[in-house]
Design a protein around this ligand. Structure first.
Ligand code: NAI
Length: 395
């Protein structure tokens, strides 16, 4: 099978190194930027492939073709993986669209909110001839060591949720991805479920808000601990955000009797399920975050400020997780007419830190809505298309 990995960052290095190390795959790399393609080609000449460093050794995978010309690396690919941040999905989809084969599986790792609406917007009628999918999270924590040559795999999740349209392809795709990624890939009922179940959209903006909403501008001597720094007040914000997502779930399940949102779990339940071995004290949401060994010593994103450090509000915890995740969920709440005061409060605070405008007087009509995954940005004015799924809406 031929696979094309789109992207040139940490996730792309890991995907390419691991997949290309298998004899049964031809792996190509598509890079939107020519300078990145050149660096990959140079790196590959030195190292003869991408080396993925793991605790018990390494995998080495040599991609077949590397190019910033999509026509050279996409045709013939059954599986196309977008391993770029959500703000790049639209650009990359536009670039690759003319070169996708009929029947290709095209998906994002991770999808973030409402990925299906972005694909529908870009691919339009072509959508009918492909299968789209999204993974809820990136399966790996990874960092490039040497560009185009080596990446450090810090951790691999044991399972990850998958949304697929059309649904008939879900089992085949889940089996294929489980095999290729070497972990359990669980199909969930819909992209709507995947969107609402995203926990990064709660945890990252929620903790940033908790840590910094009262910040007085004075430099920090060192970066605050991120998860271990969650106090009772921050935990209560996270709990409220999680409760609001559960309210959306309950209201939609009541309104649509066939709708399965069982994968949309309360945050504390998700943490206990995801980290059964790592959490020392699982009695409360706060203790699940404070005592999770996987989160030990992880610190808030900061940047240098005269005489110390200041919070980095442009880091992905806000710049990706707010517009491309949390604002999507807020848009769904608005369509379903569910009041989500705390999520709104966090989005309002974040947009001021980001210098963006998504909400105006609490309404989703800000000038920067066009750079979000809110359903409203795609002209959606009712919850039905999200519940039905885009492929069925198209038919
Ligand atoms: P990265 O910053 O290492 O790489 C980003 C890649 O996207 C680069 O090749 C860049 O050129 C490309 N890109 C950026 N804007 C673009 C545009 N407009 N058009 C085309 N290409 C563009 O990012 P990384 O670490 O690989 O992350 C990918 C995704 O995985 C992100 O959503 C991130 O939040 C998520 N993630 C990453 C984790 C990690 O350990 N690296 C862990 C969990 C999630």
């Amino acid at each position: 099978m031929q696979v094309t990995v789109c992207g040139g960052g940490n996730a792309a290095h890991t995907a390419v190194g691991l997949l290309a190390s298998r004899d049964d795959l031809i792996v190509n790399v598509y890079l939107s930027y020519e300078h990145e393609a050149r660096k990959w080609l140079e790196g590959n000449r030195v190292s003869n492939g991408i080396q993925v460093l793991q605790p018990d050794g390494y995998a080495l995978g040599k991609p077949c073709q590397i190019s910033s010309n999509p026509g050279e690396v996409l045709p013939g690919s059954k599986l196309v993986l977008l391993t770029v941040p959500a703000f790049a999905h639209e650009d990359v989809l536009r670039e690759i669209a003319p070169h996708l084969d009929m029947g290709a599986w095209v998906g994002a790792l991770p999808a973030r909110s409402c990925f299906e609406l972005c694909v529908q917007d870009v691919l339009k009628e072509k959508l009918g001839s492909i299968t789209i999918f999204g993974l809820q999270t990136l399966p790996w924590a990874c960092r490039i060591q040497h560009y185009g040559q080596q990446v450090l795999l810090l951790g691999t999740k044991s399972q990850v949720d998958l949304a697929v349209e059309p649904q008939e392809q879900a089992t085949a795709l889940a089996n294929c991805l489980s095999d290729l990624l070497g972990l359990m890939v669980n199909p969930v009922a819909s992209f709507l479920s995947l969107t609402l179940a995203g926990t990064g959209q709660l945890v990252h903006p929620g903790i940033m808000y908790g840590l910094f909403h009262g910040w007085d501008g004075a430099p920090y001597a060192q970066a605050p601990l991120f998860y271990q720094g969650v106090d009772a007040e921050s935990a209560s914000v996270l709990q409220s955000m999680s409760n609001e997502v559960q309210m959306i779930r309950a209201a939609l399940e009541q309104q649509f009797s066939d709708l399965d949102l069982s994968a949309v779990r309360p945050l504390d339940e998700w943490l206990r399920r995801s980290y059964p071995q790592d959490i020392e004290d699982s009695s409360t949401l706060q203790s699940c975050l404070n005592t999770n060994r996987s989160y030990t010593e992880l610190r808030a994103p900061m940047r240098a400020l005269d005489g110390g450090l200041e919070p980095d509000f442009q880091a992905r915890y806000l710049s990706e997780d707010v517009p491309y995740s949390l604002v999507g969920t807020l848009g769904i709440a608005e369509l379903a007419d569910i009041p989500v005061a705390v999520i709104k409060q966090v989005v309002q605070w974040a947009q001021e830190r980001l210098g963006k405008e998504y909400l105006v007087d609490g309404e989703m009509c800000g000038r920067d809505l066009v750079h979000t995954r809110a359903p409203q940005r795609y002209g959606i004015r009712s919850i039905d298309p999200l519940v039905l799924g885009i492929q069925r809406t198209l038919r």
